[in-house]
Design a protein around this ligand. Sequence first.
Ligand code: ADP
Length: 217
Amino acid sequence: MRIVLVGPPGAGKGTQAHLLAKTLSIPHISTGDLFRANIGQGTELGKAAKSYMDAGQLVPDEVTIGMAKDRMAQADAAQGFLLDGFPRNLAQAEALDGILAEWGIKLDGVLDLEVPEDEVVKRIAGRRLCRNDGSHVYHVDYNPPAVDGVCDECGGELYQRADDNEDTVRNRLDVYHTETEPIIAYYQAQGVVSTISALGKVNEVTDRAIEALKRDN
Ligand code: ADP
């Protein structure tokens, strides 16, 4: 399956993508994780992305689209993938359509996670990530690890993202509304969108997502 996950920051895309990718046996491709890995390794790409990310702005399309295409072209993604955080604007959605057409493949579905804005802010403020694998995501109240500050899955150290502060979150929400939300209508016109509520327990949302993908595809 080839799936795109859309939703505001804090909707739980990373958490759900990690679980869905496991269930569907496809790689989880997160442009946010790829940028953070590049920043951690001090690459040129990481240096180019950092100031935009810290400000809650989108990294320029020239950088993002090439990086996403390279990752999708890797062998483990040949049978399918779950895109998380890409595309994030109309230009990226059109570029993705072009890449898929070039490869003779199509998207199976776009999963749109809906969540009220006040909930988003609470989720982001308490979010903690694993340093070893950014797709191991926790929340200090809603989804705490068994041991404070330690990843249940791999024992890695948990940390708070530099852009998970109130000012940046507000920017990220603005950017979501103006730049990213229009891609939902774009994909609706292709008849591939499933919208689900992202409220409730993590595993309830995963079940809802799997059901929606089965029903609509
Ligand atoms: P969230 O969805 O929680 O906001 P992500 O980890 O997906 O977080 O992304 C963090 C930041 O990385 C974004 O605010 C943006 O700066 C950058 N980024 C991620 N994906 C893209 C993309 N497709 N295009 C441009 N910038 C991106």
